[in-house]
Design a protein around this ligand. Structure first.
Ligand SMILES: [Zn+2]
Length: 239
């Protein structure tokens, strides 16, 4: 097989591998985007749940104070009904003092309840906002998911096509050539098969010796760049 033909096959195999890599990068980008969207949705839901829990705790505190106030009012009512039956002034004063304390306590509780009402109102607004954010995250997840999955399917098809074409090229090539390809693939970084234009290796941008450039022009054998070890072939500067 002519050296030119061999180079054509090697370049074609390399091109297929580069194309496949590009599709794989594209596919992993899609997977990452999907993950990010799922993450957004999950964190929006977690925030909504946290807001719900906060609000429930505030309402529980409020109800607890409310029942304390109610119990205290009942206590005051009972004490008041006892007042007329009390014999000594000392006992009378003691009961009045206890009633006064309970009223003070209730007034403190009522202040706390007002404060809680403000926080409950703010919590309700916050929860409403969290719910909206969930709806938005869910909508953009659903919409983008369909689009991304369809792009992903197209990418998989493209990848299969590339693999098939590469297999065809590889199967038609002499096994020796495939061995060379596999060897340089392990030895140098991509691109591993590069043209030399105007005596410059396009892999490392160093000028190769003129003698070697002349050999390349004759296409008599496969040659490697003495500086970067890539497989090199001559190409007219205008190509
Ligand atoms: Zn080089």
């Amino acid at each position: 097989m002519e050296v030119r033909e061999q180079i054509d096959i090697l370049v074609e195999l390399q091109r297929k591998d580069v194309d496949a890599d590009a599709v794989r990068t594209f596919l992993s980008g899609i997977a990452q985007r999907l993950q990010a969207l799922e993450g957004n949705l999950a964190s929006a839901e977690a925030e909504r749940e946290a807001a719900e829990a906060d609000l429930a705790a505030l309402r529980k505190d409020y109800r607890s104070l409310e029942s304390d106030v109610k119990a205290n009012l009942e206590l005051i009512r009972k004490s008041k009904s006892r007042l007329p039956g009390i014999k000594t002034n000392k006992e009378y004063q003691a009961l009045l003092k206890a009633m006064e304390e309970t009223e003070k306590k209730n007034s403190r509780f009522e202040d706390e309840m007002l404060e809680l009402l403000d926080r409950i109102e703010a919590g309700e607004k916050g929860l409403e906002q969290r719910k909206q954010e969930c709806v938005q995250a869910d909508a953009s997840f659903t919409a983008e998911k369909a689009r991304l999955e369809s792009e992903s399917r197209e990418g998989e098809i493209r990848l299969a096509e590339i693999a098939e074409a590469r297999d065809r090229t590889a199967q038609a090539a002499p096994p020796e050539l495939i061995k060379i390809f596999t060897r340089i693939q392990k030895q140098v970084e991509s691109p591993m098969i590069v043209p030399v234009r105007g005596n410059t290796c396009e892999g490392c941008n160093i000028q190769i010796p003129p003698q070697m450039a002349n050999e390349l022009r004759r296409f008599e054998s496969l040659n490697f760049c003495p500086f970067c070890n890539r497989l090199i072939y001559w190409q007219r500067p205008s190509d």
